[in-house]
Design a protein around this ligand. Structure first.
Ligand code: GLN
Length: 487
């Protein structure tokens, strides 16, 4: 991202050329990856031309195209949230993050594939086909921001925005070998983000390296009166102190995150990563987050409950697919929703409606709220002793495509290392920390208390500066050859 920005600033590259370079790459590789649902080429080129004709602005992302997950509104562009339900929907306005990108001179470009309404961890729940992992297209990209992560990993985007409700930025970033930052709940405006689970959703950057993540985060964060959950507190830009290192920083290893089920290759890479931080002067100690075992159940009760309410608006009347020739209004609701939603979304609406129903509310929703408080307190206690926590992002590397489609519970359990942080409202980042013997990326997760993005990014940057992983890229020539052979 920075190299493109520098080239444009230096006059070596025009805004149009920056867009065209991506379009060429997308044309060449995306048939195999499926990261883009739409390139929005016309709008991107028009904006690029207008910028090339005008005076060069001062914006920090002047002329740099940024890929947008299909759940964030860009005026005049499709916003289908990876769902057939919104097949013909065009956004009437820009989300706040998009407006901020534009104010910084960036060119929002493309609609990046995702699990339908951000529900999933493999991108196989997209209504428009799965996203393949650029490191090996027989494997999943992760989800739900799989299109964003795969596009950045394969050089089809310079940087992208994703959203993270239970891991959807960090997990695909980890599985695709790129950097993904999930900011503190309330630090980035969600105005213009189609809601999945409103008490958990956050928008954040997916980039090639930590410096780019800090830059993109600094551009999109800040208070927004149009989002009632947006936080007021002013904080200095994270980019400024990025090179400060980790000397004296206290890093905790949550015992419960290194439990059974953690893939040995993932564990080894993460532990090596922690040793690297220790070698740079961080003090490492073990800590405990005792309520971790309840996190997946708590998350899947609260997220589905909120989703069942948020998705009620897609009824074929104001929003969403409308069935043909309904007999009456009930038939209209039934058939429009049955035809428009995919099976995972239906499953979650049914689950969410059940946990909220009067007979079961106390047993499920209310108890989950209490468990959420306990999980948040675990973090608060841990952060009295340490500055950051370190662990894996996903207990395993990318699954083979199709491995989990008939076993949603298995997929849910894979979210164990990412959902607790959303429940607590903290911030976290995934940075590349290794490759498996089979050549699939592994991510190191660093987690911080609310508002600790600067420390988080500083630690991640120190790690990155010491290790080669963020410079490794999938071999797109091999990918091309394999597609030509029909593999
Ligand atoms: N995998 C989790 C889910 O399916 C998280 C998704 C997300 O963060 N949007 O709900």
């Amino acid at each position: 991202m920075r190299d493109v920005s520098t080239a444009i600033r230096g006059g070596e590259l025009s805004c149009r050329e920056a867009v065209e370079a991506l379009l060429e790459r997308i044309e060449r590789f995306d048939g195999r990856i499926n990261a883009y649902l739409d390139t929005t080429a016309e709008a991107a080129l028009a904006r690029a031309d207008a910028m090339d004709r005008g005076a060069r602005g001062e914006g920090r992302l002047w002329g740099v195209p940024i890929g947008i997950k299909d759940v964030i509104a860009v005026e005049g562009a499709p916003c289908r949230c990876g769902s057939r339900m919104l097949d013909r929907f065009l956004s009437p306005y820009d989300g706040t993050v998009v407006r901020k990108l534009k104010d910084a001179g960036s060119i929002p470009m493309g609609r990046l594939n995702m699990d339908e309404f951000a529900m999933g961890s493999t991108n196989e729940n997209s209504g428009f086909g799965p996203v393949c992992n650029p490191w090996d297209p027989a494997y999943v990209s992760g989800g739900s921001s799989g299109g964003s992560a795969a596009a950045v990993a394969s050089g089809m985007a310079y940087g992208a925005l994703g959203s993270d409700t239970g891991g959807s930025i960090r997990q695909p970033a980890s599985l695709c070998g790129v950097v993904g930052l999930k900011p503190t709940y309330g630090r980035v405006s969600r105005f213009g983000l189609v809601a999945y689970a409103s008490s958990l959703d956050q928008i954040g950057p997916i980039t090639r390296d930590v410096t780019d993540a800090a830059l993109l985060f600094d551009v999109i964060c800040g208070h927004d009166p149009q989002d009632a959950t947006s936080l007021q507190r002013q904080t200095p830009a994270t980019s400024a102190g990025l090179e400060g290192g980790v000397k004296g920083m206290r890093i905790g290893l949550p015992r419960e995150y290194f439990a059974a089920g953690l893939d040995p290759e993932v564990e080894a890479a993460v532990r090596r990563g922690v040793e690297t931080l220790q070698g740079l002067g961080a003090e490492v100690e073990e800590v405990s987050l005792p309520h971790t075992e309840y996190a997946v159940a708590t998350y899947y009760i609260l997220a589905t409950a909120e989703a069942s309410a948020n998705l009620a608006r897609f009824d074929g009347v104001r929003y969403g697919h409308r069935c043909s020739e309904p007999e009456d209004v009930t038939d209209l609701y039934f058939r429009s929703r049955a035809e428009g939603f995919g099976s995972e979304v239906k499953r979650r609406i049914i689950l969410g409606t059940y946990v909220l129903s009067s007979g079961y509310y106390d047993a499920y929703y209310l108890r989950a709220q209490k468990a959420r408080t306990l999980i948040r307190r675990d973090f608060e206690k841990a952060f009295e002793r340490v500055d950051l926590l370190a662990a894996a992002v996903s207990p395993t590397p990318a699954y083979a495509l199709g491995a989990c489609v008939d076993d949603p519970l298995q997929m849910y359990l894979g979210d164990i290392l990412t959902v607790p942080m959303n429940l607590a409202g903290n911030c976290g980042i995934s940075v590349p920390c290794g490759l498996t013997a089979g050549g699939l990326p592994i991510g190191l997760q660093l987690m911080g208390p609310p508002f600790a993005e600067a420390e988080l990014l500083r630690a991640a940057r120190a790690f990155e500066a010491e290790t080669p992983w963020h410079r490794k890229q999938p071999d797109m020539a091999v990918l091309e050859q394999r597609s030509a052979e029909g593999a």
